[in-house]
Design a protein around this ligand. Structure first.
Ligand code: NAD
Length: 347
C-alpha cells in the first residue's frame, strides 16, 4: 500500500517532491512522530523504479521509528530517498532542491547522511534548512556517524558472543563481514583489534585487498560471503540480504550487522530461529549513528558521553536475549514488540 507496510500502523505522511531543474525526485516518509520529530538519513540510490524507491522509504522510515524508540531518543522515525538521476548531474543543485523539500515539512522530518550521501551533501542542505544533522562543526561535536554505528555493532557482537556463544572475548572468533563501506570498515578495525579472524566481501576489490593487507582478512566473493562457515555474520551492505534464498545456506550461529532491513520479510526471522541462528535485529544494534546525530542536533554532544551512550546498546542486547528466554519469541519478534510498546511520547 502507499500508506504503509502490512501488519503495521500506516505512515503518518509521505512527501513526494520533484524539481525539474536539478532532476530531484525524492520521497520523504514520516512513519511516526509519536516520540518527536521524525529523524532519519537520506539515501541516494539508483532505484529500479519509483515504486521501489517508495517501498524503500516506507521500510527504512519504519525501521527508524523502531530504532529511535529502542535507543530511547526523543525522536520519531523518518527517512528520505532520492532517486539517483541518470548520467551526470549537479550534486549541489540536487541537494539544494532536496533541502527545500525537507524545509517544507517545517521540522516534522530531520535528515542526515545515509548510503550514497556525504557530510559535504549535508553541509549543502544545511545552507537551506535547519532540519539536518551529521555535519562536522567547528569546535563542537558532530560529523560522520558511521564510526559510532560500527562501535554499536561491535559492542553488540561482544554481548552476543558472550550470551549466545559463551565467549568472554573475541580472540580467534570468525566474523564474516558483508560490505566494507563506511561502517563495515570501522567494524573490521574494531574486530581486528579485538583479535577476531575476519572473512570479508565487497563489490569493490580495492576495499577487500586493503582489508587483506591491513587485517589479514580472508577475502571471498560477494556470492559466497553469506554461506561461509563463521561464528558471526555481520551484514553491512544493503538490506534484504537475509531471505528465503540466503537463509538455508547460512553457516553461522549469530547475525549482528549494520545494514538496515536485513530481513526481507518478517517470516525470515522465524526461519533463522528454526535454523538455530540468533539474529540481533538491525535497528537495535545499528543505533550508534542516530544516537550521535541526534546528540549533535540537540547540541548536547561530547565524544566520551556519546560513546558511552552508544556502548549501552550492549545492555539492550542483553535485555533482548533475556526477554526471549521468558517470552519464547524470536529476537526479531521480541524487538518488534518491545519497540512498538515504546512508540509513545517519552515521559
Ligand atoms: P556504504 O555505502 O559506505 O557501504 C556499503 C558497502 O557495501 C560498500 O563498500 C559497497 O561496495 C558494499 N556492497 C554493496 N553491495 C554489496 C554486496 N552485494 N556484497 C558485498 N558488499 C556490497 O554504506 P554504510 O554507511 O557503510 O552503511 C552500510 C549499511 O549500514 C547500510 O545498509 C546502511 O543503511 C546501514 N547503516 C549505516 C549507518 C551509518 O552510520 N552509516 C547507520 C545505520 C545503518
Amino acid at each position: 500500500s502507499f500508506f504503509g507496510l502490512p501488519h503495521q500502523a500506516p505512515h503518518e505522511r509521505v512527501l513526494i517532491a520533484a524539481d525539474a531543474a536539478s532532476g530531484l525526485r525524492t520521497m520523504i516518509a514520516v512513519h511516526s512522530t509519536a516520540r518527536g520529530p521524525a529523524f532519519g538519513g537520506c539515501r541516494l540510490w539508483a532505484y529500479e523504479n519509483d515504486l521501489a524507491a517508495h517501498h524503500d522509504a516506507l521500510r527504512l522510515s519504519q525501521g527508524m521509528s523502531m530504532k529511535n524508540a529502542l535507543a530511547g531518543l526523543p525522536f520519531g522515525g523518518g527517512k528520505a530517498v532520492i532517486v539517483k538521476p541518470k548520467g551526470d548531474f549537479d550534486r549541489a543543485a540536487l541537494f539544494a532542491a532536496f533541502a527545500r523539500a525537507v524545509d517544507s515539512l517545517q521540522g516534522a522530518y530531520i535528515t542526515a547522511e545515509d548510503v550514497g550521501t556525504t557530510t559535504a551533501d549535508m553541509r549543502g542542505v544545511q545552507a537551506l534548512t535547519q532540519y539536518v544533522s551529521g555535519i562536522p562543526r567547528e569546535g563542537a561535536f558532530g560529523g560522520d556517524p558511521s564510526p559510532k554505528t560500527a562501535w554499536g555493532v561491535f559492542v553488540s557482537i561482544q554481548a552476543g558472543a558472550k550470551m549466545v556463544l559463551g565467549r568472554s572475548d573475541l580472540q580467534g572468533l570468525k566474523v564474516a563481514i558483508q560490505g566494507l563501506g563506511a561502517v563495515g570498515w570501522h567494524l573490521a578495525e574494531f574486530l581486528h583489534k579485538a583479535g577476531a579472524q575476519l572473512i570479508v566481501a565487497d563489490i569493490d576489490p580495492a576495499k577487500t585487498a586493503k582489508a587483506q593487507a591491513q587485517f589479514g582478512a580472508t577475502v571471498v566473493g560477494v556470492e559466497q560471503i553469506l554461506a561461509v562457515p563463521c561464528d558471526v555474520l555481520a551484514p553491512c551492505a544493503l538490506g534484504a540480504s537475509l531471505n528465503a534464498t540466503s537463509i538455508p545456506a547460512l553457516q553461522t550461529k549469530l547475525i549482528c550487522g549494520a545494514a538496515n532491513n536485513q530481513l526481507a520479510l518478517p517470516a525470515d526471522g522465524d526461519a533463522l530461529a528454526k535454523q538455530g541462528i540468533t539474529y540481533l535485529p538491525d535497528y537495535l544494534v545499528n543505533a550508534g549513528g542516530i544516537i550521535s546525530v541526534a546528540r549533535e542536533y540537540r547540541n548536547e554532544g561530547e565524544e566520551g558521553a556519546v560513546m558511552a551512550e552508544v556502548s549501552r546498546i550492549a545492555e539492550r542486547v542483553d535485555e533482548l536475549l533475556a526477554r526471549i528466554k521468558t517470552s519464547g519469541r524470536t529476537p526479531a519478534a521480541e524487538a518488534d514488540a518491545w519497540a512498538q510498546s515504546l512508540l509513545v511520547k517519552p515521559a
